[in-house]
Design a protein around this ligand. Sequence first.
Ligand SMILES: CCCCC[C@H]1O[C@@H](O)C[C@@H]1SC[C@H](NC(=O)CC[C@H](N)C(=O)O)C(=O)NCC(=O)O
Length: 217
Amino acid sequence: AAKPKLYYFCGRGRMEAIRWLLAAAGVEVDSRWGRGRRRTTAGHLLFGQVPLVEIDGMMLTQTRAILSYLAAKYNLYGKDLKERARIDMYTDGTMDLMLMILATPFSSPTNKEGSYATIVQKAKTRYFPAFEKVLKGHGEDFLVGNAFSWADVQLFEAILMVEELDAAVLSDFPQLKAFKARVGNMPNMKKFLQPGSQRKPPADDHYVKVVRDVLQF
Ligand SMILES: CCCCC[C@H]1O[C@@H](O)C[C@@H]1SC[C@H](NC(=O)CC[C@H](N)C(=O)O)C(=O)NCC(=O)O
């Protein structure tokens, strides 16, 4: 099958979770559209927005729709409706947390440090305690159904993103520390963490400028 084509900026943004999920599934991707909106995508942006993923003959937009399709396609979406509902709950939570971080570089430059401190606090008081409790509660290696799923991929991604803001953030979360070590040792995840993978760096001023120029905001 052809490699999925990812149309996005050359940075994390809303496409990063899609890159992580495809990496977890061991799927090679074809990244397009580094710097500016090109004709090849204009007609396919349903609401004029990216991420856009070309896969299985479809031009998919809407991050969650893309992630759900990929999770189901690569058997990372639980074994039944109830497991899928829990995976949806957990991924909505980690996506809420990550979008706070992704939005900050685009917010007013006055108080970025303050914003990041608030996000770290949210992670420590709202999000990480919830996942610590889930793991402690069932004592299994993964969040749902004792099997690796999209929920684990996204929690791992969110942990790494918050650790970029506060390296000691897991000091009060022993279950999450062990979870991070386990998932980080999985071959596909380990490979994605190596240099040269599709993983993108935190947003810098250049990335913010490119996005603002292209999206005119
Ligand atoms: C809060 C999110 C972070 C800030 C938004 C941007 O960060 C950058 O990486 C670019 C992104 S996202 C780029 C933005 N896309 C979206 O907002 C998609 C939202 C959609 N619900 C999704 O989940 O895919 C965009 O194309 N806008 C054009 C415009 O609406 O006309």
